[in-house]
Structure formats: structure tokens, C-alpha cells
Design a binder for this molecule. Structure first.
Ligand code: AMP
Length: 114
């Protein structure tokens, strides 16, 4: 897989507003936020999406949600609620083919999402 924009952020080639940088993931503010708080949690492993992950990636997948939980506390969203989204594939709205979890909060969200 070629380098995506997230791969270039992970390597440091492109700057980002980083909230977290661990051995296996980063969290950055979304450049085009869809909510007052909109953070992307991105594994350093360049998986294209959930569909590209395997059973070997399940610890990593869990860490993405764990990071979301911790960030939600840090950002003051845990008490009021927040939305986590993973778009998988273009028809689902995925525009960057590098797995990421959207953490959004600070406004009301409707369901179904449309
Ligand atoms: P998705 O459509 O699920 O693939 O989400 C990709 C997200 O990446 C979108 O919400 C974009 O606004 C965001 N994005 C694209 N480029 C950057 C960037 N350089 N820094 C931060 N967020 C970005």
C-alpha cells in the first residue's frame, strides 16, 4: 500500500495537531472537524481499514478504542457522551485508506446517521 496522508503524518513528514503518540498509535485533531471536538485515532501499522485487519490485529484494534476512551476523559466528553465512527470502504464514506477511529463530541448527534 502506498503512503497515505496519515502515513506521512505518522512519519513526521506532514505536521498535525497531535494529542497522543504511543508505540502503536497516534491521535490528531481532524483538519475538517464535524463536531466541536473531532479527533482521529490512527494505528501506526498501515492497515487500510477494519477489513484489512486480521485476528493478529485484535489487540491493536482494542487499543484504538482504549485510546478513544482515555481521550474522551481528557477532553471532557465522557460524562456528556460522544460518538465513535469507523468508515470502512469508500461507499461507507472512507476517504483515507488507513484505518482510523473518529472520536466526536460537543454537540448532539442524530440516529440513524444518514
Ligand atoms: P474518513 O472519511 O473516514 O476516511 O476520514 C478521513 C478524515 O481525515 C476526514 O475527516 C478528514 O477531514 C481528515 N483529514 C484529512 N487530512 C487530514 C490532515 N492532514 N490532518 C487531519 N485530518 C485530516
Amino acid at each position: 500500500m502506498g503512503q497515505t496522508i496519515f502515513g506521512r503524518i505518522i512519519s513526521g513528514e506532514i505536521p498535525a495537531d497531535k494529542l497522543l503518540d504511543t508505540d502503536d498509535l497516534i491521535a490528531i485533531r481532524d483538519i475538517n472537524p464535524q463536531a466541536p471536538t473531532h479527533v482521529l485515532i490512527i494505528p501506526k501499522k498501515p492497515l487500510a481499514g477494519v477489513s484489512s485487519s486480521t485476528v493478529k490485529d485484535e489487540v491493536l484494534l482494542g487499543r484504538l478504542l482504549g485510546a478513544a476512551r482515555e481521550l474522551a476523559v481528557q477532553l471532557g466528553l465522557d460524562k456528556v457522551g460522544y460518538r465513535l465512527v469507523i468508515n470502512n470502504g469508500e461507499s461507507a464514506g472512507q476517504s483515507v485508506p488507513h484505518l482510523h477511529v473518529h472520536l466526536m463530541g460537543g454537540r448532539e448527534f442524530s440516529w440513524p446517521p444518514g
